[in-house]
Design a protein around this ligand. Structure first.
Ligand SMILES: *Cc1c(COP(=O)(O)O)cnc(C)c1O
Length: 387
């Protein structure tokens, strides 16, 4: 029998949830074709639009975030179409893999772990690849915590469009960015954005979100790909009614969480998440552990464990303190650990710092907890919004 433990998730999704959000999961079941549910559904739609900062509706799929990525590829690109994908880790590589599965040809811009695509490099690649009709970005590459400056990259793509007269869609996987790092879908001129419920929206896993701007929306009907459940027209044509039975409890839970985020104020939420990431980074640096990402996202902080055995540190945190972080994926397994401060209060981050110092000391590494606490306390003021 597996023992029931209380774990505090410092993982970049799923994240620990507020009680009021958890409570929604235990409510009596609603039927999805009732007025009561429709109110929740349309309220969620409005809330998502305001968090995506978009005029057009956001499609809600009952699936994990990858389904939103797949739906996007299946609806926007025909077999044989060419797209550009900067690849710097597991999630940006996923764009390339999905495209390949749909017969879409990918030119990769290969980057080292922790690097982010530079706007100039993106423009150069587009110029070299005149057939490319889209740029698929990953705002936060969650395998390393690297943040892409989406706004600057979109600007440089728009420049290439103006100079060449080509149309190039820009798409952002903002699964670990929405509600964490600033994102302005309309204002920045993005064409499409995908997200999911279990990261910055601080909800349970199982819902995926797709937003399409007008240009991408008009592309759907021209794409020669087979699709049925993932045909985004079903979700976007009548945003007031779900096309199929949605996951009713998850919809109710994420609706509550989205309401909380909007009440707190998205700017303050961004600030809090970025402050928590910065505090975590300070904790790792105080132990002499170097960050993986050059440009740090607010969603996940990855650090090289160096001489410290990554698995032993992971286990000490989990078994002695109930603190769960995420391990390195693929080539990075055993070399890095990743921690997230999404929606954490100051006391949660301070508890993490204590657990981290204690786990490290068992492994023979010293971290001056007093001095790092003094260093991060002012930063953590921004995280009081979650109290
Ligand atoms: C979590 C995540 C996804 C989606 O993963 P699912 O397990 O399908 O929800 C996609 N992209 C990024 C950058 C992510 O962090």
């Amino acid at each position: 029998m597996v023992m029931a433990h209380h774990y505090d998730l410092f993982t970049p999704g799923p994240v620990s949830l507020r009680q009021e959000v958890l409570d929604q999961l235990g409510r009596p079941m609603l039927h999805h074709r009732t007025e009561e549910f429709e109110q929740i559904w349309t309220g969620l739609g409005r809330g998502l639009q305001s968090i995506f900062r978009a005029k057009e509706p956001v499609g809600v799929l009952s699936a994990s975030g990858t389904a939103a990525m797949e739906a996007l590829v299946a609806n926007l690109f025909s077999p044989g179409a060419h797209v550009l994908v900067p690849v710097s880790g597991k999630f940006s590589r996923r764009w390339a893999e999905i495209c390949r599965a749909y017969g879409v040809e990918v030119s990769r811009i290969d980057l080292a772990a922790g690097e982010s695509p530079a706007p100039e490099a993106v423009a150069e690649s587009l110029a070299r690849d005149p057939r490319a009709e889209a740029m698929l970005l990953t705002q936060c590459e969650s395998s390393t915590g690297a943040l892409t400056d989406v706004r600057a990259v979109v600007e440089s793509v728009r420049d290439v469009e103006r100079r060449s007269g080509r149309a190039i869609l820009t798409v952002s996987d903002s699964v670990t960015s929405l509600g964490i790092d600033p994102l302005e879908s309309d204002l920045w001129g993005l064409d499409a954005v995908v997200a999911a419920s279990q990261k910055g929206l601080v909800g349970p896993p199982g819902l995926a979100f797709v937003w399409l701007g007008a240009r991408a929306r008009s592309q759907i009907g021209r794409t020669a790909q087979p699709r049925y459940y993932l045909d985004l027209r079903r979700y976007l044509d009548d945003p007031a009614r779900p096309p199929f039975t949605p996951s009713v409890p998850l919809v109710a839970a994420i609706k509550r969480s989205v309401d909380v985020l909007i009440d707190l104020g998205l700017d303050k939420v961004w600030q809090a998440n970025r402050a928590a990431a910065s505090a975590l980074r300070s904790v790792f640096q105080a132990a002499g552990l170097d960050p993986v990402a050059r440009c740090q996202s607010g969603g996940v902080v990855a650090f090289w464990t160096g001489k410290v055995p990554a698995d032993a540190l992971y286990q000490a945190l989990r078994d002695e303190h109930g603190v769960v972080v995420a391990r390195g994926q693929g080539d990075l397994g055993g070399k890095i650990l990743r921690a997230s401060g999404i929606a954490k209060r100051p006391r949660d981050i301070l508890f993490f710092a204590g657990a981290f110092a204690s786990s490290l000391s068992r492994l023979g590494v010293r971290l001056d907890l007093g001095s790092v606490t003094r260093e991060i306390e002012p930063t953590l003021e921004a995280c009081r919004i979650w109290e």
